[in-house]
Design a protein around this ligand. Structure first.
Ligand code: ATP
Ligand code: MG
Length: 469
């Protein structure tokens, strides 16, 4: 871009976008939650878990939550659950140690309470290293939620003394990878706070893939929905919000997208936040400017973006999945990226029970998710087309014999003629069709650019996925 060369877009996990489109309502609710905590304490706490597929904006939303809390005088402890690493309590103690080394203040004054949690003297240098090498969950297993709740309530009270407002907010990103004992301890600690410290201004917000409530249940948390407010973050932004996310950051620096140019980015990305940023950034970078981005700029840039997406994201993922997972995803993709588990079983000619472990694997790895009970959806909208255009090419290399797309179509009794009508997918005969929207033409165009617009195998159609969870 000739006029302003710094792209205002934020591709990449966890990068805060200049406008957090479509989350106004959620941020307003969060504001009220903070007010409640400040005025009434834990007794009014609504611990929130943002649950959604990858790339939808969970991390950036929770970080906006943290910013709002800081504005109200909260001390914020941001933690990230990391598979196979030190547990959450270890992470809290690490934070305590660092903060105590740095300054006098609330952490210092809460020192004794944290020492009871770790059973250690936090003033001893080097203790952090000792803590972090313990295997995940080992400390948590021997820990008492009541002691941890005491320490957090003490810290919150000390923060309040200094700030005369606020309290303590704990955030945990990627809850789904936390160990079972850690999740159980977290839930028990929040519960003990409710019971033992009703006036403590302590609040929790976490994020996780859509199966996080199940992970909590597996960890022995009986009613995650009672302890937490589970806030689903949908796969795609509403078209108006997606458009705003494209247009507004540019407008702020004096650059205008033409309506057609913005519309194609919205369509091509399906309004999926991660791809929206990626596409808008790449188009910005190659557009000549100086103060406008046109349809021509988009058309010139998209093949390169598609190529980059394939090389960096979709391709590497495809190369890592197992043969059977590949076959499962192909069956799902044939149904347009969303189907009942029964329909997938029929397509693969196997029982739902036989497929349940594959389904679990793909859910836990974040490739698919269950938008509702008995349904499955592709977690990255553009993976759909990618899977269909690569499956037959990859199939011969599989160590196991896999069904061909044609065999799947026959099993599922899909109607191949639907594939040729206006970008539709090979639709189940009786199932509802996607509405033939006015944007159908643009949608086909948008879908066709992946894999260089390579034709799909005979009788195989695709529509881009725009479902919401
Ligand atoms: N509401 C939004 N408006 C505009 N851009 C957004 C929005 N939400 C997220 N993004 C962008 O989408 C991308 C993904 O965001 P983020 O990393 O928060 O997703 P996530 O749900 O945490 O994904 P993961 O599960 O992989 O951690 C980032 O580039 C971010 O800037
Ligand atoms: Mg994230």
């Amino acid at each position: 871009m000739a006029l302003v060369d710094q792209s205002p877009y934020t591709p990449g996990a966890g990068h805060n976008p200049p406008v957090l489109a479509g989350r106004d309502g959620l941020l307003r609710d969060w504001h009220l939650v903070l007010n409640d905590i400040v005025s009434s304490g834990r007794v009014r706490a609504q611990d929130m878990i943002l649950a959604g597929p990858r790339g939808v904006g969970k991390t950036v939303t929770v970080s906006a939550f943290a910013d709002l809390a800081k504005e109200q005088g909260f001390e914020v402890v941001n933690l990230q659950a990391v598979s196979g690493h030190a547990g959450l309590v270890e992470a809290v103690l690490q934070r305590a140690r660092t903060r105590m080394a740095e300054e006098a203040g609330p952490w210092q004054r809460a020192r004794k309470a944290f020492e009871r949690v770790g059973g250690v003297n936090l003033s001893i240098a080097g203790i952090g290293a000792g803590i972090s090498t313990r295997p995940s969950g080992a400390l948590a297993a021997g820990l008492d939620a009541g002691t941890l709740a005491d320490a957090l309530a003490t810290l919150a009270a000390e923060v309040r003394k200094d700030a005369h407002s606020g309290g303590l907010l704990i955030t945990v990103d990627e809850l789904q990878v936390a160990s079972g004992p850690d999740l159980a301890l977290l839930a028990a600690t929040l519960h003990r706070l409710n019971v033992d410290h009703p006036s403590a201004p302590v609040l929790f917000a976490g994020t996780g893939l859509p199966f996080t409530p199940d992970a909590l249940r597996k960890a022995g948390v009986t009613h995650p929905d009672r302890l937490f407010v589970l806030e689903p973050i949908p796969l795609t932004l509403q078209p108006g919000d997606a458009r705003y996310a494209v247009v507004e950051p540019a407008r702020r620096v004096g650059v205008a997208w033409t309506p057609e140019a913005a519309a194609v980015v919205v369509e091509a990305s399906n309004g999926y936040p991660a791809h929206l940023q990626l596409f808008a950034h790449a188009i910005w970078t190659s557009a000549p400017g100086p103060d406008q981005i046109t349809l021509g700029d988009v058309e010139a840039a998209l093949p390169r973006v598609a190529d980059m997406l394939e090389r960096r994201t979709l391709g590497p993922r495809w190369d890592r999945i197992s043969d059977r997972q590949m076959e499962f995803l192909a069956a799902l993709a044939l149904h347009g990226g969303r189907a009942s588990t029964a329909a997938i079983a029929k397509t693969l000619g196997r029982s739902q029970q036989e497929l349940s472990w594959l389904r679990e694997e793909l859910i836990e790895e974040g490739d698919v998710y269950a938008p509702k009970r008995g349904q499955l959806a592709m977690a990255v909208p553009l993976f759909n087309r990618f899977v269909l255009s690569h499956y037959e090419r990859t199939r011969p290399e599989a160590a196991t014999e896999l069904l061909s797309l044609q065999e799947m179509i026959a099993n599922a009794e899909l109607d191949p003629s639907a594939a040729h009508a206006g970008g539709g997918h090979a639709a189940p005969r009786r199932a509802e069709r996607n509405p033939p929207v006015a944007t159908a033409q643009r949608r086909i165009w948008a879908a066709a650019f992946l894999s260089g617009g390579a034709p799909l195998p005979n009788g195989v159609g695709i529509h881009t996925v725009t479902q919401r969870s």
